[in-house]
Unconditional design. Structure first.
Length: 439
């Protein structure tokens, strides 16, 4: 259903509620006041729905993002090429409900999102103007069931108040989830969840050299319709593997986390296990409120899985460039590789990764935010922005982001041909401006 239809139905129903409520005898003032106060207990912005015992909150934003320069999220050589601009308009509507039950608070959350990206129209990859259900889940007490971000992404916190915050770990982390969260008044909390993952495959590039059916010469064969990648063995042959960000068979991804929060800040850790690979990932983070103006965070991650690569056809003709000639006149080629998406949890390059960032508040309306990230694959990213609340609910962000790739992965074959990362020793610089109206 298109988002405008959903909006029409919602507001039509909301408009009808007062008329229906007037058909009944008015409730005593003390009782209605009590209901309003009960709604306040669920958080700011909730209001009582007449004729029910539920509270409702409507929130969201309208956002305009304009970026210029290079592609700092690039995975392939072609993705890095600069654009004069990259323009995104996004509308997000969030609907929250809450009520109190004998089992604890009963809540629901739904987020509808519609994007208009670079003027795309009509079933193109950038066109999402019809909208979609971005998130939607039900909570009872500490139990959550529905569509949400993976616990691995949000439990430790995000990567700072940045536009380009997740450059080093950019996968789409939505998933179906069943999770339980325990909160204690001391500031301690814990979570355990079971997740499905999703079918995100990065750039959607056909796997295998030149898209042909590929085999490692033993018992592992992939056809050109599957998402896969390879690594070089010590003898120079390739080990191919089918990759997936989603669970298979009956075993879900398992995620757990612990957190301790106080006025000084927090410390949090999360670990995830992917049975499809029999591999695990983990993150730990420290937040510190050093003063009432300055806050810093440091976070590290580790994954046990190796990276897998594929041929980058945007690097040159059939993914290769001629770098010399043999005595017989045949060409010596350098083949460009790009790293494949292989996880719904930790999709950074190499085993380890580190983030350092923070916020300095010049005033209650203006702040400076920064983030640095460095991966074991020797990729580095830095972002800095100034965030200004022009008036209540209207925010302007001006940001600069820099990224460099120094991944050394590759191999020189006995015949002189080379395989190496197509983005090796490349740089990207991007500027971004965001204007957002939140409500």
């Amino acid at each position: 259903m298109k988002i405008k239809t959903l909006l029409f139905v919602f507001f039509a129903a909301a408009a009808a509620l007062p008329a229906r409520a007037n058909d009944y005898a008015p409730q005593p003032e003390p009782e209605e006041t009590g209901l309003v106060r009960a709604c306040d207990a669920f958080g700011q912005g909730y209001f009582y729905i007449p004729g029910t015992n539920s509270c409702l909150r409507i929130s969201g934003y309208l956002r305009a993002d304009n970026k210029g320069g290079d592609g700092v999220y690039a995975m392939t050589y072609g993705d890095r090429r600069g654009k004069s601009y990259d323009w995104l308009m996004r509308a997000t509507l969030r609907v929250h409900t809450a009520s109190q039950t004998e089992w604890g608070p009963l809540r629901t959350f739904m987020e509808l999102r519609s994007d208009w990206h670079n003027g795309s129209e009509g079933n193109t990859p950038d066109d999402n103007s019809g909208g979609d259900l971005r998130f939607g889940y039900i909570e009872l007490g500490g139990l959550r069931v529905g569509i949400d971000e993976t616990i691995f992404a949000y439990w430790t916190g995000y990567y700072g108040n940045m536009i380009s915050d997740d450059i080093m770990n950019p996968t789409d982390k939505r998933t179906n989830v069943i999770a339980y969260t325990f909160n204690h008044e001391t500031g301690f909390s814990a979570i355990l969840g079971f997740e499905q993952g999703n079918t995100y495959d990065g750039n959607g590039t056909i796997p295998g050299d030149l898209g042909r059916s590929i085999s490692d010469g033993a018992d592992n064969t992939l056809d050109g319709s599957k998402n896969g990648g390879y690594r070089f063995r010590s003898d120079g042959s390739k080990h191919y593997k089918e990759l997936s960000s989603q669970t298979h068979d009956y075993t879900p991804n398992i995620v757990g986390g612990l957190k301790y929060e106080k006025n000084w800040g927090s410390i949090a850790g999360v670990i995830g296990y992917e049975p499809y690979y029999s591999e695990w990932e983990g993150k730990i983070r420290l937040d510190a409120n050093l003063t009432n103006r300055l806050s810093l965070f440091a976070m590290g991650g580790y994954k046990s899985m190796e990276d897998y690569y594929n041929l980058d056809t945007s690097y040159g003709d059939d993914g290769a460039r001629i770098i010399g000639y043999r005595a017989d006149g045949s060409a010596i080629k350098r083949y460009g590789l790009y790293r494949q998406v292989n996880s719904n949890f930790g999709d950074w390059g190499g085993h380890g990764i580190y983030w350092l960032g923070g916020t300095y508040k010049f005033s209650h309306k203006t702040s400076l935010n920064f983030q640095n990230a460095y991966g074991e694959d020797r990729s580095f990213a830095h972002s800095t922005n100034i965030t200004k609340d022009i008036v209540d609910g209207l925010t302007l962000v001006c940001e600069v982001t820099y990224k460099t790739w120094h991944n050394k992965y590759g191999r020189r074959q006995a015949d002189g041909d080379e395989y190496r990362l197509s983005l090796k020793d490349k740089e990207a610089l991007q500027g971004a401006v965001r204007l957002q109206r939140s409500f």
